[in-house]
Design a protein around this ligand. Structure first.
Ligand SMILES: [Zn+2]
Ligand SMILES: [Zn+2]
Length: 265
């Protein structure tokens, strides 16, 4: 069985807990150590119970709690070599904890197989995450301007897809962001729009995905209703009968449970 819960999901902070048996992976630590401990304690866990922390990339909204965390806990940190380099540059003490993993190669972490996959984002070497374990498969895809072919292919049809639905393009264009920031958000190294999410969600739904959780919504250029309408419309047109939801931005979300038995990765 796999359980999955977001603790925060927005442009101001991201963290999620994926548990497979006794293996507990925190994906990103873009919340304070205090908030993390509170969220874990609501699940009867402590920060020392984490098996590993997976860091998708070095942007603050994904790593803000790390500096305080590594002062107290020696949990291994899994990330791409490029992200490892960036983290070590900022936090020299993190070096001994880093476990750089090549993109596309599965790494065994306790009862889970974790594969980092490439993204297109304005960071050193960002990653999407595929996790397979007894119970099913989870794909996490946020912080990418577009979906790279290899990543899209690998995550297609996962049981639970956590998919960025960052902004509504019209709202970015009409909004108060300076021109450079608008270009960044909408560009090939920015973030997935509701329309991008809708297209990939529909493809993944056709490939067998049962639950889609929209994530990393912009607080300025999106609303949960708008994201649900856009992606939900595409899923309805694809005849999908699965479950679609939005991860709350600043608080812990619902607990998702996967119980399918899968072979291999
Ligand atoms: Zn982010
Ligand atoms: Zn980012």
């Amino acid at each position: 069985m796999i359980t999955f819960q977001t603790f925060a999901s927005s442009s101001s902070g991201n963290a999620a807990l994926l548990a497979a048996g006794d293996t507990r992976l925190l994906v990103d630590m873009g919340v304070s150590c205090r908030r993390l401990c509170q969220a874990l304690s609501d699940r009867d866990l402590t920060a020392g119970d984490l098996t590993a922390v997976v860091v998708t990339h070095e942007h603050t909204d994904h790593v803000s709690g790390l500096a305080a965390y590594i002062k107290k806990y020696a949990t291994p940190i899994l990330c791409t070599p490029g992200t490892a380099w960036q983290l070590q540059r900022r936090l020299p003490a993190i070096g001994a904890l880093l476990r750089p993993a090549e993109l596309g190669k599965a790494v065994r972490v306790g009862e889970a197989a974790v594969t980092l996959l490439p993204t297109s984002h304005d960071c050193a070497q960002g990653a999407a995450v595929h996790v397979a374990a007894a119970g099913g498969s989870v794909g996490l895809l946020t912080d990418t301007g577009y979906i790279l072919e290899e990543t899209g292919r690998r995550l297609l049809g996962v049981d639970l897809l956590v998919l960025e639905s960052n902004h509504q393009e019209e709202l970015v264009l009409a909004g108060p962001y300076p021109y450079g920031l608008k270009r960044r958000v909408l560009g090939p190294k920015g973030h997935l729009s509701n329309g991008d999410a809708a297209r990939y969600a529909a493809a993944s739904a056709r490939a067998g995905t049962g639950t889609i959780l929209l994530a990393h919504l912009s607080q300025e250029n999106n609303t949960p209703q708008l994201a649900l309408e856009t992606v939900g419309g595409a899923l309805e047109a694809a005849g999908w009968t699965g479950r679609l939801a939005v991860a709350p931005g600043g608080e812990a979300g619902e607990l998702y449970t996967l119980e399918r038995t899968v072979c291999g990765e």
